[in-house]
Design a protein around this ligand. Structure first.
Ligand code: BG6
Length: 492
């Protein structure tokens, strides 16, 4: 089947933080791809806003450089780059002060396009002030949307304050809170797999599923993001948003329709059904870790504390948790979650472990019968794999063997796998918030996370060291092995 490219309506996309890392690495390359696919109408304008003192030409040439760095085949697409750069504009303005806002307004008012979106790729403390100014200067039209990036708050209270400030200007249906994991192809495929196939849903419950594992492992360290990361840690940075969103998509009831409120209502019910983790059980069901010096990708790498500076730190770069969803479908089925930096490899997957067969008719000579597993590989090598038992081919009697039914999307479809931001940017421009977080979801996620953070602080729960390039602290292996189970890659 061939991909279909449906053009969006002509738009003005204003990017605050328009000369920042996210814009150069993700937003402009994503928009460039979609421009090449013919989805961006000619009159559309992408307006970078930044305090930087630079000319329009200098800005365009910096984007051209970024495209060469971040788009594989950029060197063969000179014409396309030129057409894309023509859509780019630069306005110098200060997001936190008066300077430049009149120029921005004048620019938008001359020749404005029907759809207007403000993308706030800036520090979260600026979300409220920028929205207030957009409102007070009457820069929002009926078709105006605002896009914000995580972190939304540092805890539930600060998230509520931020969301309230945004809400004074933008109604909820015009606020697009990005969780880029929801834009990943395989994450969307999870919904296709569950709700477009009759095969899985009847088995998708505690009668047939033993447990679920979600792993988001990174091989990189914190790099230059130390100042932010040290105030956040893995629980806030990855679990509060990406991992809980994945858990919701696995666990939610079938929504009545694939639309924004139906899907988000179901996710919300899962977040609200999570069994609380607090001082009474945190030490049993959570593990914190921090990487020490080790080896990664063939070279020696420093410890976290040496990367962030000469300081000691209790910030976790690894977390493993045993979560439970307290409802009829999932009672008694643990969801083991883990994420960390500087782990053995970069891999993210979601593994559904089915229950063992109730009785084997084959004797011991047939070998071990392992339970079925459905593995959804988010990255790299996106795909879906189902492990099943078969008879070993050929003579030798009935000997059993585990084999994967494996579909790698790249091999199956031979199309470029789009970056998550591409899809999400197009959804913003179309006004479709299905793959974005609603305000009550953010609140509910913090309501579950806050007591864990409190418990860690009050009890001083240990941050276990782990060697960079390994699978994290041994306590995380103990966490799952205590229940008689093992992490997925340990049994490969
Ligand atoms: C971001 C986190 O949201 O997601 C980063 O802030 C993390 O710390 C990143 O590295 C991971 O995203 P991806 O798409 O590379 O898995």
């Amino acid at each position: 089947m061939v991909s279909r490219f449906i053009a969006v309506d002509p738009f003005d996309l204003v990017v605050f933080g328009g000369t920042g890392d996210l814009a150069y690495r993700k937003l402009y390359p994503g928009l460039f791809h979609r421009d090449g696919d013919g989805q961006l109408p000619e009159s559309s304008r992408i307006i970078a806003v930044s305090r930087r003192d630079q000319s329009q030409d200098a800005f365009r040439s910096s984007v051209a450089d970024a495209l060469k760095d971040h788009v594989d085949d950029a060197h063969t697409r000179q014409e396309g780059i030129k057409a894309f750069l023509d859509k780019l504009h630069f306005v110098r303005a200060d997001a936190s002060a008066d300077a430049g806002w009149d120029d921005l307004k004048t620019f938008l008012d001359t020749d404005s396009n029907p759809v207007r979106a403000f993308y706030l790729a800036v520090a979260p403390n600026l979300f409220g002030p920028i929205c207030q100014r957009i409102g007070s200067m009457a820069m929002d039209t009926d078709a105006t949307r605002v896009v914000i990036e995580k972190p939304i708050g540092h805890d539930g209270d600060s998230a509520r304050t931020t969301n309230a400030a945004i809400g004074q200007v933008f109604s909820e249906d015009r606020v697009f809170r990005i969780d880029h994991y929801l834009g990943k192809e395989t994450v969307q495929n999870l919904m296709a797999l569950r709700f477009a196939n009759a095969l899985f849903e009847p088995l998708w419950n505690s009668a047939h599923i033993d447990h679920v594992q979600i792993t988001v492992a990174e091989s990189l360290g914190v790099g230059s993001r130390g100042p932010y990361y040290d105030t956040a840690g893995a629980l806030r940075d990855m679990v509060q948003n990406h991992i809980l969103q994945l858990l919701c998509l696995v666990a939610m009831e079938p929504p009545a329709a694939f639309n924004a409120n139906a899907v988000r209502d179901e996710k919300l019910k899962i977040l609200r059904a999570l069994r609380p983790i607090d001082e009474s059980n945190a030490s049993l069901v959570t593990v914190r870790g921090q990487y020490q010096a080790g080896a990664s990708q063939g070279g020696a790498v420093p410890a976290y504390v040496d990367e962030i500076g000469p300081a000691s730190s209790m910030t976790e770069t690894f977390v493993a948790l045993k979560a439970e969803v307290e409802n009829w479908r999932w009672a008694g089925v643990p969801f083991y979650l883990r994420t960390g930096k500087r782990l053995a490899t970069r891999t993210s997957d979601l593994v559904v472990h089915f229950k063992a067969i109730p009785h084997s008719i084959f004797g011991s000579s047939a070998g071990e019968i392992t339970s079925n597993k459905l593995i959804i590989r988010l990255q790299p090598n996106e795909g879906v794999e189902l492990s099943i038992m078969i008879k070993d081919p050929g003579p030798g009697g009935m000997r059993l063997r585990k084999v994967p039914l494996d579909m790698a999307f790249q091999d199956a479809f031979n199309v470029r796998s789009p970056d998550a931001y591409e899809r999400l940017l197009m959804d913003v421009l179309r006004g479709n918030p299905t793959l974005f977080m609603r305000r009550d979801e953010v609140d509910a996620a913090w309501d579950w996370i806050d007591p864990i953070l409190d418990a860690w602080e009050r009890t001083g729960q240990k941050v276990n060291g782990y060697r960079a390039g390994t699978w994290g602290p041994s306590a995380s292996i103990a966490l799952i092995e205590r229940d008689g189970r093992t992490w997925h890659e340990d049994v490969l």
